[in-house]
Design a protein around this ligand. Structure first.
Ligand code: ZN
Length: 55
């Protein structure tokens, strides 16, 4: 059988931190190792923009 090149992880989308997150509400950008949850400026939803949408 073939071997897996990557170890099993809970979140396959996680690359190397820190990731850049952008607030969907005010556009504030921060770097964080993981999903910050909400924008520290306005409490809006943060979206990870550091990972490319396509390759
Ligand atoms: Zn915000």
């Amino acid at each position: 059988m073939s071997e897996d090149k990557t170890p099993p992880k809970d979140d396959p989308y996680e690359d190397e931190p820190p990731h850049t997150y952008e607030c969907l509400n005010c556009g504030n950008r921060i770097k964080a190792d993981r999903q910050p949850g909400e924008c520290p400026e306005c409490g809006g939803e943060m979206r990870n923009i550091s990972k490319p949408s396509e390759r």
